[in-house]
Write a protein that binds this ligand. Sequence first.
Ligand code: TEU
Length: 543
Amino acid sequence: MSEPHNCPEPAASAPWWRGAVFYQIYPRSFADSNSDGVGDLNGIRAHLPELKWLGVDALWISPFYRSPMADFGYDVSDYCDVDPIFGDLAAFDALLAEAHALGLRVIIDWVPNHTSDQHPWFLDAASSHTSEHRNWYVWREPDEDGTPPNNWVAAFDLAAPAWSVHPDTGQWYLHLFDPAQPDLNWDEPAVVEAMHDVLRFWLDRGVDGFRADVLHTIGKYPDLPDDPAAVAGIPHCALNDVPVTHERVRAIRSLVDSYADDRVLVGEIYLMTTEAIASYYGDGDEVHMAFNFPALYAPWSSERWRASIEDTEATLDPRGAWPTWVLSNHDNPRHRTRYDLAAQRRGEDAGTTARRSEARARAAAVLLLTLRGTPFLYQGEELGLLDAEITPEQVVDPGGRDGCRGPLPWDGTDGHGWPTGLGAAGPWLPLPPEAAVRNRADQQADPDSILNLYRRLLALRKATPALRSGEFELLDAPEGVLAFSRRLDSEICHILINMTDEQVVLDESLMPAGSTVMLASDLVDPTGLRGHLGPDQALIIQG
Ligand code: TEU
């Protein structure tokens, strides 16, 4: 088993993941070691030193298991093997060992709600009413009128039911996502056992934990009732929230904890409110952390962020639940793109929009890395990437989420680290815009780049316990400014974020005389900064 030998010793009272910054790797788009246009495990391994240089503590790697790729790996046909496009188990072991040797933890994706329709379990289940695995999935006899068993809507096609008829037996099967992703039936004890075995398989290999895909969906009401008519058009996966799931999550948590108390279970609980998401922390006996989706969807507005932070603190803190913060992931437009669009709606020209969205992306980095909780970065946000521009013919994802999955530009060469051209010989998706300048090598060499801002922020966070674990308090601030403090013993930091495109004057309470500017989001010389915030500028001040 591979141990993270080099990891800093966690304090007895604080598990490592509370102080860690996670970096999400979407393997198809991270780095391509064999020039087939798709990223792979050896590509990740080759770039571990750069992640260490950046200063993140842990990696979350999206699925690399055997898969027909109907949902680019979230349709798994063998949970205990690596898809050949990504490498093999030996490549995974080498990656894990090297990451641990560098002091980087590694968590992997676990997809418990559904398999691929090409998984041997489903192939057997679908073959006859009496097959061994029949009850591992959810089947219903068709009505005479041919309508689906209930009104649930599938995630990627909101016009389509979450049910399809399988030709072999003529029965409906349930799929909350693509028809190629049949839902497992967690009421069947053999399913629970098999999926627990998958966890054991990877824990035995030494992974530091899991990001559990749509974990809240593994329990369903036994009679599968309709969603209330008022919520038609919302995918059922965003509504499914039933008591039995908590029992199942507790069992998963205790399995993870049985290995050692330093393994972590992060839940993707894709529900609409912080309250609903928070319930999956249980009494400290369900997930260790869950993604904070309402914050991910907050626009660049101090009022909206303030409300989202207040809601998060008020909901999680009383339960002793540890918050997470995420701005981007592989399912949503990148935040720089989102903030860009918001600007374009105000009728700006493209050059101004690009400059302002860069400023917002920098200020957002300060926000993400100074809030109380564990931040999750999504690969490429440290380069300030925009979504790739995808023509209708280039869309390959059933959910149309291709833009945020554009391959990472590594250097200034023609292919930017990927085989040149697009199509059979090129990368599987177009690269993001501005790759000629917004690539890893050029940004690393430029001390003022957003990449170097992330690096300095991560170093400052590491060196400043108040920023990692200090108490959090929102501060009164001028309109358009989000201000909060982080305090630990006598150490106090003020974080001031101007979410407007105007300069804002600050009063003495926010920027006391004699305080020091520890970092400015635009990396300007902080000595000149007194009494005001520039447009979309963020400052960290030591009181
Ligand atoms: O996502 C869950 C999920 O609900 C999202 O797919 C959501 O419906 C969509 O992004 C809205 O834009 C997880 C994975 O992150 C995603 O990549 C998978 O496609 C999905 O589960 C199914 O496994």
